[in-house]
Ligand binder design. Structure first.
Ligand code: GLC
Length: 421
């Protein structure tokens, strides 16, 4: 099939513009009617392909929601929307930050995309980057202070990892008895097929964890003491490692002192080494309460290159996993008993994860592997559209449609017009 790449570029730009609510972009209308943290950083990167000032605005709006303790929330509830659950009334985080928000964060990809946007036009970018640099530093310091255990980054809720129902959390989720969670009405399953979404079992625990944070007034010290869910995540660890490398490079370009950031990178490298699970021969998530690995090879394991570690041992793993099904990279190893080609983070391919893995392979000089991943991603989007995620067996689109971050990574990475070809 010959592809009309220009048409795809145009459609991707239309999606970004269509999901733009003035200063911030929705992941997709209906299912996700607010500003999401890492979606927004991807959106900024996509906008930078055709509207640099708009790209900077996206990041500035995201950081306008930063809490005084440095945390940048995973959702900013700019305008009320009755079609979403759990909304601000459930989170109960009013007054914690300048904008109504959730009480947890999300994968810190912003520094990496900010640096890429800055490099496109340093003169235009400098005042923006100067103003954002201390905010990014404060956010990364918050991760260092409240979200690391023995150097690795931990998540306090599956939503904080951005991989909601990944099998990485199964052990820690099973340890939660969601008593008193009460009645609630999900909204996600009225927008998309319930078979593509997390189960009620998972959802009860998601809400129970939100209620716990609310009861503790989102006080980090209290949550560290009481939250049974504290799982070290290779994805978060590698993403923060990469973000710190990019923040340090940006800081150097701006003439800032980056000594503190360099110390963090060393700590994260030591933490990542602890996440190597010899039994499966891969980086793995680790439940810091139960002191147990999850035992799964997931898309998170393959972010090691993105973190800057050219680990030979992961090459045979990625080759095995991406050869198992037609489209790479399944979010869970197809050989795992929990693999499900439709259910969200338990099998489907996510173009955004492919992009991060691909960027990592590229920066480690693994050009052939990166090119292969980019081709698959291009074929998936070209043949099946800008879906939230895709079935690795037949490529069929799943979840929400006209998705911002899928359009963004098309423009900035997967499209032939994205440069490099
Ligand atoms: C889902 C994804 C998360 C994403 C959000 C908005 O919750 O798991 O990573 O940020 O949707 O797209």
């Amino acid at each position: 099939m010959t592809m009309d790449y220009e048409d795809l570029d145009r459609r991707a730009r239309d999606i970004l513009r269509g999901n733009d609510r003035g200063g911030y972009t929705l992941p997709t209308d209906g299912l996700y009617p607010y500003q999401w943290n890492w979606d927004s950083a991807f959106a900024a990167w996509g906008f930078a392909e055709f509207d640099l000032p708009r790209a900077w605005t996206e990041l500035e709006t995201l950081f306008s929601g930063q809490w005084p303790n440095g945390m940048v929330p995973h959702i900013l509830f700019h305008r009320p929307n009755a079609g979403y659950f759990p909304g601000p009334d459930v989170w109960g985080a009013e007054g914690m930050g300048p904008i109504l928000s959730s009480g947890i964060s999300q994968p810190p990809v912003a520094a990496t995309f900010l640096r890429a946007i800055f490099e496109k036009d340093r003169t235009l970018g400098e005042p923006h980057a100067r103003a954002l640099f201390p905010k990014l530093l404060a956010w990364h310091r918050w991760f260092r202070d409240w979200r690391t255990e023995a150097g690795a980054v931990v998540v306090t809720h599956p939503w904080e990892a951005g991989r909601d129902n990944a099998p990485d959390w199964d052990g820690a989720m099973a340890a939660i008895d969601p008593v008193g969670v009460g009645e609630y009405r999900r909204r996600d399953t009225s927008h998309v097929d319930p078979a593509m979404r997390p189960t009620k079992y998972d959802y009860d625990r998601y809400i129970w964890l939100v209620q716990l944070g609310r009861r503790l007034h989102w006080d980090e010290a209290a949550m560290r003491a009481e939250n049974p869910f504290r799982v070290a995540d290779p994805a978060m660890t590698f993403i923060l490692m990469r973000a710190n490398r990019d923040l340090a490079a940006l800081g150097r370009a701006l003439g800032e002192d980056v000594g503190e950031i360099e110390t963090w990178i060393g700590e994260l490298e030591a933490g990542a080494a602890e996440l190597w699970n010899e039994e499966i021969g891969a980086y793995d998530s680790f439940d810091t309460r139960a002191l147990k690995f999850s035992g799964c090879v997931t898309c998170a394991s393959f972010l090691s290159w993105y973190g800057g570690l050219d680990d030979e041992r992961m090459l045979s793993q990625i080759e095995r996993v991406w050869s198992a099904k037609r489209y790479a990279v399944p979010s869970l190893d197809p050989a795992h008993p929990q693999f499900n080609s439709k259910r969200y983070w338990r099998g489907p391919v996510w173009a955004v994860l492919n992009t991060l893995i691909g960027l990592g392979l590229e920066s480690c000089g693994r050009a052939d592997h990166a090119a292969r991943l980019r081709e698959t991603t291009r074929a998936l989007i070209g043949e099946h559209g800008f879906a939230e995620y895709f079935d690795p067996i037949d490529g069929s689109p799943a979840g929400g449609g006209t998705f911002t971050w899928t359009a963004a990574v098309w423009l900035a990475w997967a499209s032939p017009s994205a440069g490099g070809e």
